[in-house]
Design a protein around this ligand. Sequence first.
Ligand code: 1GP
Length: 251
Amino acid sequence: MKSSIYQQLTEKKRAGKKSFTVLIDPDKVDSASIEQLVGLATDARVDYFFVGGSLVISNHLDDCIRQIKTSCNIPVVLFPGSPSQVSRYADALLYLSLISGRNPELLIGQHVVSAPFVKQSGLEIMPTGYMVIDGGAPTTVSYISNATPIPSDKNDIAVCTAMAGEMLGMKLIYMDAGSGAKRPINELMIEKVAKNIDVPLIIGGGITTAEKAYLNCKAGADVIVVGNAIEKDASLIREISDAVHSVAVKA
Ligand code: 1GP
């Protein structure tokens, strides 16, 4: 039987293997660019695609995912900015609760409204404690969420938030500096959070180099997510993927 994506993630974590995820914003791709991305990602052994964004304006989420699914075996995980971003064509859904914010709608409100629809989708649901960390400038996620990000130097707040999320039952912790962040999350914060939780730790936002991805993995990230930098230069897929996967070899 095919193991669930979550099971894969926990097994990889136990084995010290790191994963690389390419984030696709459905608003920013067309059929030709999806084809190119899928080709590069397959060659580079990318582990997952996340699909979604804080603000998805177009309505071709289903088409985008179907095209990815018909062209490769890389699992597609929804990273929804709103309950409308659910597609039954994906493999799994990050069921995000914005635990770094104090906006009840994003902690539980939208989940209540969308629960029957999400359950009916048949997707693998992965409860995820989503933490927005200040990335040096307001990002779409910080604006849309109407919630203050955790200051980038407040490691203790990040640690306690992640611990609380895990104890509340979150199966993943996702620390995000926001798409296109000027300043990605620093390694010290990643290290401290990673030491205090057992569930897989996803890190994203403003990662633009293979070196940064490598250092984040060394600090304790289990999954690295890159979107913007790849939109600008798709050849980075290979470089970052190699860097992320090299950490396990050296671990
Ligand atoms: C944003 O973590 C993701 O939610 C990825 O960020 O687009 O800056 O790589 P970038």
